[in-house]
Design a protein around this ligand. Structure first.
Ligand code: GLN
Length: 310
């Protein structure tokens, strides 16, 4: 990008204009998420030299939900390698909703790790002697991506645990097909806790920038995951990160990205920066309305599309 003032101005301008954008609905199938303020809107960008740019409400913590999926995939890949992870989950866009029952009829594997089925299976792969240890590793890893320790919103966790029957059903189906290791109930509880990890949009931008920087956190300097792992995660985000809007997203924005039902969105410009948006109202694909609009504009204005001739 063209320097500090241009970036800050662009974010401030997007914030001002897109705050007025109507449309979308705050997710309510997890009752606690329905309490979110639909006007909460923040944008943050972290460059690879560790510069932070921001506009709007960037210090309000929210649960990351599906935005955790690429980072936990990174942990599993770093611990187990691509072959082992690939035996459990595919890397093909499902073309279906995030909660789809998308299991390959031959292998029994979920289509990819960015939808719920695949993410539950990946969470269960994370090594740990018991569920508490497995979750501690996940929380620690998410914190290293963010550059500070993160915690769990216990109310959102409980709210999802009380209502998450579809995810429980997915876990049992995968146990049946052989895609899920261990106890399905434990796998889903760990996954619910992972989804309830909270962070700010400023944290999320650092997490995205760590992927942009080959797995090295540009703020703390820590190598969180090896570079090939960061590349693999970005590839999966590019093809599967925006659910059944992934094709349109690649066409219009052209960056690896991941959204979540609480309104978080991360996008990565490899070797350049990470960007994050938080705004709860979602479109019919489950992607945040303001986040999608903001990234479309940013990509167009700064020529960020990956297929573009620089
Ligand atoms: N915890 C949510 C669920 O499993 C995450 C989904 C999402 O963010 N898209 O339903």
């Amino acid at each position: 990008m063209e320097g500090i003032d241009v970036v800050s101005e662009a974010l401030a301008d997007l914030h001002r204009r897109l705050l007025a954008l109507d449309g979308g609905a705050v997710a309510d199938y997890i009752p606690q998420l329905a309490l979110a303020d639909p006007d909460c809107f923040g944008l943050a960008l972290v460059s690879l030299d560790g510069h932070r740019y921001r506009a709007g409400r960037c210090d309000e913590a929210f649960t990351l939900q599906s935005v955790t999926k690429p980072f936990v995939l990174a942990l599993a890949l770093a611990e187990l390698g691509a072959e082992e992870v690939g035996r459990t989950v595919g890397a093909e866009p499902s073309g279906e909703a995030f909660n789809a029952i998308s299991l390959d009829p031959v292998t029994g594997r979920p289509a990819n790790p960015m939808i719920n089925a695949g993410a539950i299976a990946v969470t269960a792969l994370v090594p740990g002697g018991d569920p508490a240890e497995r979750f501690a590793r996940i929380l620690d890893c998410l914190g290293r991506f963010a550059g500070r320790p993160l915690d769990v919103d216990e109310e959102v966790y409980r709210s999802e645990a009380e209502t998450g029957d579809r995810n429980r059903a997915l876990a049992h189906l995968m146990r049946g097909t052989g895609a899920l290791r261990g106890d399905p109930a434990e796998a889903v509880e760990t996954y619910f806790r992972q989804c309830a990890v909270r962070a700010t949009v400023a944290d999320l931008a650092v997490m995205a920038a760590t992927l942009a920087n080959g797995g090295v956190n540009p703020v703390t300097g820590e190598a969180v995951v090896p570079e090939p792992v960061a590349v693999a995660v970005l590839a999966v985000m590019a093809t599967c990160g925006m659910y059944d809007a992934a094709g349109e997203w690649m066409l219009r924005v052209g960056l690896p990205a991941k959204s979540g039902v609480s309104g978080g969105l991360v996008a990565v410009s490899p070797a350049r920066f990470g960007v994050a948006v938080h705004s709860p109202p979602l479109d019919s694909f489950g992607n945040p309305v303001r986040g999608v609009a903001a990234l479309r504009e940013l990509s167009e204005r700064f020529g960020l599309h990956l297929m573009r001739n620089p």
